[in-house]
Design a protein around this ligand. Structure first.
Ligand SMILES: Cc1ncc(COP(=O)(O)O)c(C=O)c1O
Length: 368
């Protein structure tokens, strides 16, 4: 794509001039499987509970919200403690408008030295680095997308990054790294006085223990999580951080005042009350993922082993952008993540998955 020509009177930063706004195409489709959302919409019970809480909050919308989101943070701490047997209080939690905002705050607070990541991984990590002016380095991965922990540790010791990003389960590959491997990276980052950022956007889909269990031992390790995926709450925009309280206090230095609206806080508090109902979709999505993998393999495709709610697949002969378009023409929107020969598809509901598999079958076997 050609870079946009900006008017000369506009004092846009030089390093932004060649960028395009990030974002997957938001196109109408019968099966929307491109942004790793949860396909199951809120129950009528949850909708009623959110509506009632929001109408209570509405009576005081003339006032700014709780700037520190104390109640929500304390409820997030309870959720994490319940999940991981930890003993965090709200002082170890920060909350923001999606985990992207948390990632941006981390870069703003700690970006004085380089940041290191291992691609292919979540593409917003380097994009946020660029936008906030942090020097980004790519450590790379093996050809099968697994992470070589020894190589990564050596890279950390050589580069001395202030921030090292690990996404597990990783987006877009679905691959994961173990808690023991994370511990090795926590040691390396600690040795260089850097922060290890573990992006656990898809952690609920994996049986591995959360990296929050390492924070007591490694105060330089921080965990970024979201309600956008397993919690089926992407539209509400709620991401959070679990970390040592000194890290949280650092983020307070860079957050905008009243960043999290009273409506968002209220809705997220209700969603947390309904967590068992919301998270019950996780087991269902894992079962569906297994079924879709078997079906794609039956069509002669190869699927990268996934611990998340999406799959990365290969083995088709046409170029990825062409297959992406052919699927869209059949009403199925998936994601071309820019990896030659691969496409990524989110696991949807049964009807969407059936439509996706049937469309792939038709595309590969030239039905029309
Ligand atoms: C690895 C990873 N981290 C963070 C995010 C951001 O999620 P949100 O800002 O909706 O919390 C995503 C979204 O796709 C993601 O895949």
């Amino acid at each position: 794509m050609n870079a946009k020509l900006w008017p000369t009177w506009l004092p846009l930063r030089n390093d932004l001039r060649n960028l395009s706004p990030y974002g997957a195409p938001q196109l109408p489709a019968e099966a929307t499987l491109n942004t790793n959302e949860n396909p199951y919409s809120p129950s009528t019970e949850l909708i009623a509970a959110i509506t009632s809480r929001v109408s209570q909050v509405a009576s005081s919308l003339n006032r700014y919200p709780d700037r520190d989101a104390t109640k929500l943070r304390s409820e997030l701490a309870n959720f994490i403690n319940e999940l991981s047997g930890t003993g965090f209080t709200e002082e170890s939690i920060w909350a923001a408008n999606g985990s992207n905002e948390i990632l941006q705050s981390l870069m703003l607070a700690f970006g004085s030295r380089p940041a290191l990541g291992f691609t292919p991984s979540y593409s917003m990590h380097p994009i946020i680095a660029k936008v906030v002016g942090v020097d980004w380095h790519d450590g790379g991965r093996r050809a099968d997308f697994s992470l070589d922990i020894d190589v990564a540790s050596r890279q950390i010791l050589q580069l001395c990054p202030a921030l090292t990003f690990i996404t597990t389960p990783n987006n877009p590959t679905g691959t994961k790294i173990s808690i023991a491997e994370l511990e090795v990276l926590a040691q390396a980052t600690k040795a260089v006085e850097g922060v290890l950022v573990v992006d656990e956007a898809y952690a609920e889909f994996d049986e591995e223990a959360s990296a929050v269990t390492l924070i007591a031992k490694y105060p330089n390790l921080v965990v970024v999580r979201t309600m956008s995926k397993a919690f089926a709450f992407a539209g509400a925009r709620l991401g959070y951080l679990v970390a040592n309280k000194e890290v949280v206090q650092s983020l307070l230095l860079v957050r905008l005042p009243y960043h999290l609206s009273a409506l968002t806080q209220a809705a997220a508090e209700v969603a947390l009350e309904y967590r068992s109902q919301l998270l019950s979709t996780v087991a269902r999505l894992i079962e569906s993922r297994k079924k879709v993998v078997t079906q794609l393999e039956g069509l002669g495709l190869q699927v990268v082993p996934s611990a998340a709610n999406f799959i990365l697949f290969t083995g088709f002969k046409v170029p990825a952008p062409q297959l992406w378009q052919m699927l869209l023409d059949k009403g199925v929107l998936i994601r071309d993540v820019g990896l030659s020969g691969y496409l990524r598809a989110t696991i949807g509901n049964d009807a969407e998955n059936d439509k996706f598999v049937a469309a792939i079958d038709a595309c590969l076997n030239g039905e029309d």
